[in-house]
Design a protein around this ligand. Structure first.
Ligand code: BDR
Ligand code: CA
Length: 318
């Protein structure tokens, strides 16, 4: 199937969001990025927007529309405003490598308007790729439920069937805005969930990051420097065996589905649990007999993932 998949990336960059964006840019034969919409998540909306613009500018891309979306979750206070995410992504939300100032401005219209416009104007169904809290996508479904039928599917990074990373039971993106996640998972649009089950397997080792750096191109070095900063949290706090490039899984699945292990199941979001708010409750045993609304990714060929990631970063340097 040589058809390009038209996508909208909805993100909160964020190191792994930036790497996901670069990966998507490196696969023009498979993916066409129609728009980038921004949400507050890893940092405030101003910062995540600035980061997206700087990454695109660095990559020499000025022709993809970028628009600013939700600056806080649907119903809850923002946790990133307390500064608690700085240990992961730094003060800017994208600390580490030197980057140019944004070479272009975001659209005057909001992310919600850009989502609506892009989906309405597209002849083909659009695939959404959210890699932050799901606030913008939930807003879209609340305002324009009729547009769901023009969405092919949603390949998102979020959740985890058996683990959390922000609380014992909840992953960050879902934890930030569980009500939005609930709206998205219950939307009826097919979902691919790249949660922690798979993203904790999608890591880059120190040795692989040196291989990437030694490729020497400017994007390769930039990616390696993003990983230098991001990996500190993974090694020092999370004690993981490498730097997990969570958000890149949502993109990689669209280009290389064959390297992933997947299972269809029903997933819903816990909104109230005193210990479990924001948990993606997955039902692979189908105990509730509910409709299988999600393709849950549970594994990836890690070495292949790392190889394809390095290849993607180097392709952009050619
Ligand atoms: C998610 O949270 C953010 O820190 C990352 O960008 C990723 O989207 C991982 O839980
Ligand atoms: Ca993210």
């Amino acid at each position: 199937n040589m058809r390009k998949i038209p996508i909208i990336m909805d993100c909160d960059p964020g190191h792994d969001d930036a790497l996901a964006m670069l990966w998507a840019l490196s696969e023009p034969e498979k993916l066409e990025i129609k728009a980038v919409t921004i949400v507050a998540g890893n940092q405030t909306l101003e910062k995540t927007t600035r980061n997206a613009l700087r990454v695109l500018t660095f990559a020499g891309v000025h022709n993809i529309p970028v628009a600013m979306g939700a600056d806080h979750p649907l119903m809850r206070p923002s946790i990133f405003e307390e500064g608690v995410t700085e240990m992961v992504h730094g003060q800017s939300g994208l600390d580490g490598p030197a980057m140019p100032e944004p070479g272009f401005a975001p659209e005057k219209m909001s992310a919600l308007q850009l989502l609506i416009k892009t989906i309405e104007e597209s002849e083909e169904k659009i695939t959404l790729v959210p890699t932050g809290p799901l606030t913008n996508i939930a807003a879209l479904f609340l305002v324009r439920p009729d547009l769901k039928e023009k969405i092919e599917r949603i390949s998102l990074m979020g959740g985890g069937a058996y683990t959390g990373n922000w609380t014992p039971a909840a992953e960050y993106n879902i934890y930030v805005d569980p009500e939005a996640a609930s709206i998205v998972f219950n939307s009826g649009v097919p979902i691919v969930m790249a949660g922690l089950d798979v993203t904790h397997q999608a890591y880059i080792t120190r040795e692989e990051n040196e291989i990437l750096r030694q490729k020497g191109g400017r994007i390769a070095v930039f990616a390696a420097e993003l990983i230098d900063f991001f990996s500190r949290y993974h090694y020092e706090v999370e004690k993981l065996p490498g730097c997990t490039i969570h958000d890149a899984c949502a993109v990689a699945y669209l280009c290389h589905p064959e390297i992933f292990v997947e299972k269809q199941c029903h997933v819903d979001i816990e909104l109230e649990g005193s210990l479990t708010a924001g948990t993606t409750v997955c039902d692979p045993g189908n105990y509730e007999g509910k409709e299988k609304n999600a393709t849950v990714l549970s594994g990836v060929d890690r070495e292949k993932f790392a190889e394809l990631f390095i290849e993607a970063m180097c392709k952009l340097d050619k």
